[in-house]
Ligand binder design. Structure first.
Ligand code: GTP
Ligand code: MG
Length: 202
């Protein structure tokens, strides 16, 4: 898969307000600050496409980016940012969950996990919720460049081992660094595989 064009199309406050299209879309979710928006920029080769910040809680809407005029990447707000007020946290949770459960053309969710910290309860609970709701997803371990003394590999292994205790089969998973542009082609090829299998089914 090559990226020929990537353009911002819209921002919505709820799934009901999202653009009306039947093109396939791939969405990015994970804890605030895990690197969702940065990964979208790395994949598309445009550092200014999605807004990023070193402070958690930057993305607060459902943002659609049209790729190659054929399919969408969707940047979602993160979960688990404790400094937000309760009301806003609840609103964002509704926005995220509403999108994931009701957006029919969302063909695959990329769940981003920080590969430099021990497994977090909030991420494991989120995966359980995805499983209960039959949402197709892929795990992406982020910030591989921040590894100290193999810490990245160790955390990834611990996470997958924990998951293996609950799941018969592990979901597809990748390791990336947006800062060092590691893992780009693997993710794009994975997207290509999904689009190809969808076309074969229809
Ligand atoms: P929210 O929109 O708040 O949910 O965050 P997000 O998941 O979109 O994170 P964002 O892409 O804004 O990145 C958060 C911070 O992590 C920024 O300071 C990025 O520069 C940094 N970051 C993202 N990806 C990487 C990476 O691969 N390596 C390193 N070292 N830092 C990264
Ligand atoms: Mg963001």
């Amino acid at each position: 898969m090559q990226i020929k064009s990537a353009k911002y199309e819209s921002s919505a406050i709820s799934v009901e307000k999202c653009i009306n299209t039947d093109k396939a879309e791939f969405a990015f979710i994970g804890r605030s600050n895990v690197g969702k928006s940065s990964l979208i920029n790395m994949l598309t080769g445009n550092e200014k496409l999605a807004m990023t910040s070193s402070t958690p809680g930057k993305t607060i809407l459902i943002n659609h980016f049209l790729i190659n005029n054929e399919w969408y990447l969707v940047d979602l707000p993160g979960y688990g940012y404790a400094k937000r007020g309760k009301k806003q946290q609840e609103q964002l949770a509704q926005m995220i969950k509403g999108y994931i459960l009701r957006r029919e053309q969302m063909v695959n969710l990329f769940l981003l996990i920080d590969g430099n910290i021990p497994p977090q309860r909030i991420d494991l609970d989120f995966i359980e919720w995805l499983g209960e709701n039959g949402v197709p997803f892929t795990i992406i371990f982020t910030k591989a460049d921040k590894s100290r003394k193999g810490s990245f590999g160790k955390s990834v292994k611990a996470f997958l081992n924990g998951l293996g205790e609950q799941w018969e089969e592990l979901p597809p998973h990748f390791e990336v660094s947006s800062a060092k542009r590691i893992g780009r082609q693997e993710i794009l090829d994975h997207i290509d595989d999904i689009l190809t299998s969808l076309a074969a089914d229809s």
